[in-house]
Write a protein that binds this ligand. Structure first.
Ligand code: ADP
Length: 308
């Protein structure tokens, strides 16, 4: 096999109380890539459609992640990569993670799997370092493993796969506004009180337990963020209305996806998730902001091969 075509899922990170640690992969939205083995050494991005992003290897997260892979590999050829972007960069649903994860996953398949999934997460994290300055794993891990993942620790890197209840659906709305990453980062406080910590880890434990036991009510009760959401949501126009409307429409919970501006909600069943989508759309129709909306099953497989 010299060439493969793959689907690279969009992901929701910073799931409410699971700020910086909990993420999940989506099924209805993602990029496609074609990766090809070539004799010429190195990585070349030969095609990129859908978004205005750099083709230079060192400036594209797929290239940077690919180089991190090659550095640890004893393969002495190279790869060509074509990227068909469907996920908008900077939307808050893991656009860069889809490209960096897809690149290293496909390269590993083409070389018959020399690396473990954990190794691949580490290579893809180098792409995240290029995109945001921080080599975080909370989008990359669900993109690679599928389903919900917990980044329990970075030193050493420890990723825990969490069960996905079969009727869980996500609704994501991306209001077409720019929230600068620097702004969404600079509003964060670096200290929390013990009382805030206690509430937050109570909810993280509750959410993980609810996912493992498919207890939808517990999932809903636990999708609460006392620390980051109250501050970051100020940067997203309409956030409070979107959230209260989504909960009224039947969502289990609702929060900021990644560092925004996308907003996600989880629901039990597709019908409920679609109703939530309608309520979210109405808020932005009324404010006069354009949006993209996705209703998606949870992707439990992660990056996958497509027929060429
Ligand atoms: P989000 O997670 O909010 O969707 P990202 O954090 O993924 O957005 O980052 C997008 C940043 O990464 C942009 O600055 C973009 O220019 C850069 N970037 C470089 N290569 C890619 C790529 N292949 N796909 C997406 N973004 C890329």
């Amino acid at each position: 096999m010299n060439e493969i075509k793959i689907f690279c899922p969009a992901t929701i990170a910073n799931i409410s109380c699971g700020f910086d640690v909990l993420g999940v992969a989506l099924d209805a939205v993602g990029d496609e890539m074609i990766v090809r083995k070539v004799s010429e050494k190195g990585i070349r991005i030969t095609k990129l459609t859908g978004q205005d992003l750099p083709l230079e290897t060192e400036k594209n997260v797929a290239g940077v992640a690919g180089l991190a892979f090659l550095e640890k590999s004893d393969y002495d050829g190279g790869f060509e990569i074509e990227i068909y972007k469907k996920i908008k960069a900077g939307s808050g649903i893991g656009s860069s993670a889809a490209s960096s994860t897809g690149a290293v996953w496909a390269m590993n398949e083409l070389l018959d799997g020399p690396f473990s999934k954990l190794d691949l997460v580490k290579f893809a994290m180098e792409g995240e370092r290029l995109a945001s300055g921080v080599a975080h794993a909370d989008n990359v891990a669900p993109a690679l493993f599928g389903g919900f993942t917990l980044v329990r620790s970075y030193e050493p890197l420890d990723i825990i796969e969490i069960n996905t209840p079969s009727e869980l659906y996500a609704t994501v709305i991306h209001p077409q506004i720019e929230v600068k990453t620097s702004d969404s980062r600079s509003v964060l406080r670096t200290n929390i009180t013990l009382a805030q910590g206690i509430k937050q880890w109570g909810n993280v434990g509750g959410l993980v337990a609810g996912l493992f036991t498919s207890d939808y009510d517990l999932i809903g009760r636990s999708l609460v963020d006392h620390i980051v959401e109250p501050i970051r949501s100020i940067l997203i126009p309409g956030f409070d209305e979107v959230k209260s409307g989504a909960l009224k429409a039947g969502a289990l919970g609702c929060g900021i996806s990644g560092s925004g501006p996308s907003i996600f909600a989880f629901s039990k069943g597709e019908t409920a998730a679609k109703k939530v989508a309608e309520s979210m759309k109405n808020v932005y129709k009324n404010i006069g902001i354009d949006y993209d909306v996705h209703v998606s099953k949870i992707n439990v497989e992660g990056v996958r091969m497509l027929d060429v």
